[in-house]
Design a protein around this ligand. Structure first.
Ligand SMILES: *[C@@H]1O[C@H](CO)[C@@H](O)[C@H](O)[C@H]1NC(C)=O
Ligand SMILES: *[C@@H]1O[C@H](CO)[C@@H](O)[C@H](O)[C@H]1NC(C)=O
Ligand SMILES: *[C@@H]1O[C@H](CO)[C@@H](O)[C@H](O)[C@H]1NC(C)=O
Ligand SMILES: *[C@@H]1O[C@H](CO)[C@@H](O)[C@H](O)[C@H]1NC(C)=O
Ligand SMILES: *[C@@H]1O[C@H](CO)[C@@H](O)[C@H](O)[C@H]1NC(C)=O
Ligand SMILES: *[C@@H]1O[C@H](CO)[C@@H](O)[C@H](O)[C@H]1NC(C)=O
Ligand SMILES: *[C@@H]1O[C@H](CO)[C@@H](O)[C@H](O)[C@H]1NC(C)=O
Length: 324
């Protein structure tokens, strides 16, 4: 007597993947939500037959015992006894048995239904805005069957970190960036989501220069500052008098810098200007001169002229000015 059993999975697209096998229990893998056909092939005279889910009877012959509307009989004749389960759920995973009597001999065929669920991110940290020096803890929770892997990818440096948690101690400004959580279990393409980490820090004035200017000509003083959030700029004259726009002087504030635009330099414009950059984390200032080439200003001027050996102020650095 030869018996053969076969089980096939009907996937969403309607194509059938048949897995032929002998008498050993086999696995049928199906995605959650799809349909599956459990096929039992019988090539000899059968008197009684039943399909069971664990020890629960689903069908005996054409009699349906199961109350589950997703379970139906696909075919029942002398050579084939097949049932279908629609919209497969994770709870359906387990052993199914085709049991029958042939020539008064009880026979059984087992199949193990494996239900897969694509890896999916179910909860992830919100975008964060922290201050430099803070500790940052990111989490990414995922579900899936089989158990998915979770990896964090750091875009800026291309590094990967295993696990649901990504902890950064005392974050630095250069570590501000997007992090991507990737979860995968090989069932479907990986699921990914990104978290943006903004690192706030007080302004740092990076570039200021003393500028020579000719009477009646134009001139520009620049103040560059790096800051997150972006800095607000203010300008002051020697005695901390605020600089105001007028018909010969415009203040132009941009994202990372502020400009003083002199449209027609006159005697009163020469002097020491202090740029003051601030955000909610702090402030920084730097001073620079708008000077007439050849002229000498205050203590700083003579010291500078002495050091450089030139009567000029070109390129005098801020740090030097502050120390003077
Ligand atoms: C069925 O799956 C289990 C675990 O998922 C595995 O150990 C076993 O080898 C599989 N059986 C067959 C016949 O593929
Ligand atoms: C039983 O049904 C299957 C599928 O419909 C068919 O291929 C097969 O010929 C049938 N067998 C008999 C003995 O009717
Ligand atoms: C199979 O049995 C399990 C546990 O009793 C049940 O949760 C599940 O709904 C059943 N599935 C089918 C298709 O009968
Ligand atoms: C996600 O996790 C956060 C923090 O643990 C929690 O407050 C929130 O309720 C979770 N959201 C969902 C949809 O589970
Ligand atoms: C600049 O200002 C001086 C004095 O106010 C004036 O004589 C001259 O015409 C101005 N030059 C320009 C280009 O506006
Ligand atoms: C300007 O910066 C210096 C340090 O560079 C600081 O000592 C000083 O208090 C600042 N001035 C103001 C008005 O904030
Ligand atoms: C410019 O003004 C700042 C602030 O008032 C001061 O610290 C600095 O010494 C001055 N520079 C010169 C060259 O006078």
């Amino acid at each position: 007597a030869s018996l053969s059993f076969s089980f096939s999975a009907l996937i969403r697209t309607g194509s059938i993947h048949a897995a032929e096998f002998g008498h050993l229990p086999d696995n049928i893998t199906v995605l959650e939500g799809e349909s599956v056909i459990l096929r039992c092939k019988i090539d000899e005279e059968v008197t009684h037959k039943a399909w069971l889910n664990r020890s629960n009877i689903l069908f005996t012959g054409t009699d349906k015992w199961s109350l589950d509307s997703r379970v139906s009989l696909v075919n029942s004749n002398d050579s084939d006894f097949s049932i279908q389960i629609e919209r497969v759920a994770v709870a359906d995973e387990g052993p199914y048995t085709c049991s029958f009597q042939a020539r008064n001999q009880p026979r059984t065929a087992h199949v193990y239904l494996i239900v897969q669920v694509p890896a999916r991110i179910v909860n992830i940290s919100q975008d964060k805005s922290v201050n430099e020096g803070d500790d940052v803890n990111l989490f990414c929770l995922a579900v899936g069957r089989p158990e998915p892997t979770i990896t964090w990818k750091d875009f800026k440096y291309g590094r990967m970190y295993e696990g649901e948690f990504l902890d950064i101690t005392e974050i630095k400004r250069h570590q501000a960036e997007e992090f991507e959580c990737i979860t995968n279990n090989g069932v479907a393409p990986p699921d990914t989501r990104r978290v943006k980490v903004t690192v706030n820090y007080p302004p740092v004035i990076t570039d200021v220069k003393n500028m020579p200017a000719q009477l009646g000509k134009t001139a520009i003083l620049r103040c560059e500052a790096m800051a997150v959030p972006t800095a607000a700029f203010e300008w002051f004259r020697d005695d901390r008098r605020p600089v105001e726009s007028d018909n010969t002087l415009k203040i132009k504030n941009e994202k990372t810098r502020s400009l003083l635009l002199f449209t027609n330099v006159t005697e009163k414009h020469f002097g020491n200007y202090t740029c003051f950059a601030s955000n909610r984390l702090g402030a920084s200032n730097a001073s620079m001169l708008l000077f007439r080439p050849g002229a000498v200003y205050g203590r700083g001027a003579s010291l500078s002229a002495c050091l450089s050996g030139l009567g000029f102020w070109l390129g005098l650095s801020v740090s030097f000015l502050v120390k003077v």
